[in-house]
Design a binder for this molecule. Sequence first.
Ligand SMILES: [Zn+2]
Length: 261
Amino acid sequence: MLGWLTRPFRDRRRTRFLPPEADFQAALEVIPITGGLDADQVSRLRTLSATILAEKTFMGAHGLEPQPNLCLEIAIQAALPVLGLDETWYEQFSTFIIYPDDFVSDTEEVDEAGVVHRSRDIRAGEAWHRGPVVLSLTGIHAAGQGEGYNVIIHELAHQIDQLDGEANGLPPLHRGMDANDWCRVSESAFNALRETLESGQDPLIDPYAAESPAEFFAVSCEFFFERPDLLSEVFPEVYRQLARFFRQDPLERMLSLAEGT
Ligand SMILES: [Zn+2]
């Protein structure tokens, strides 16, 4: 928690960690989901990335030493969900731990310590309540490509969800948003997804979302940023809800990019 730091001190730290423009642009190139941001949003993404680089520790596990470009790729994708919010949504954790390969956890539940356990093909990750965000290198490299997989956004969605206690798919909402509406929309989509899976049909979004309301929220966030077209097609009300929550519209960005080509 760095909340006690005075604003000028934070600003100085952030300036020191501001990625050079060329490095930042090069990183954006390998993260297609950042396409379609306007100049102000790109500038804000750079500042938020600097804040994350300044305030979080990036630790490697099993001999991995996180290189600056890897940290920058993580920071940019961590900054994207809070682009319309601010960095205070990440104040409950201080460390990213990066594993060289996928690691295996033996349960897929939220335990008493608030640890969300999961283990999946190419994008294993874990989000600990008030603990580190654990990522695997293969998961990081698969993220941001517009294919629906984003372990960074997935794990940070768990962090945001846990800000008001346990991960339950209901993050702390903004003033003017109704928790009853949020739950009605989420539950109805969650149940529809389960029915789709039971009937053997293609759910279009990652079936892992059917594991629990917490996973439904985390996977919905992945699709919101990675494949907003799919999420808005399958669960339009969930899409609208997330757009209000994150205060941004990735579908509009995607459509404006498509028009420009
Ligand atoms: Zn999860």
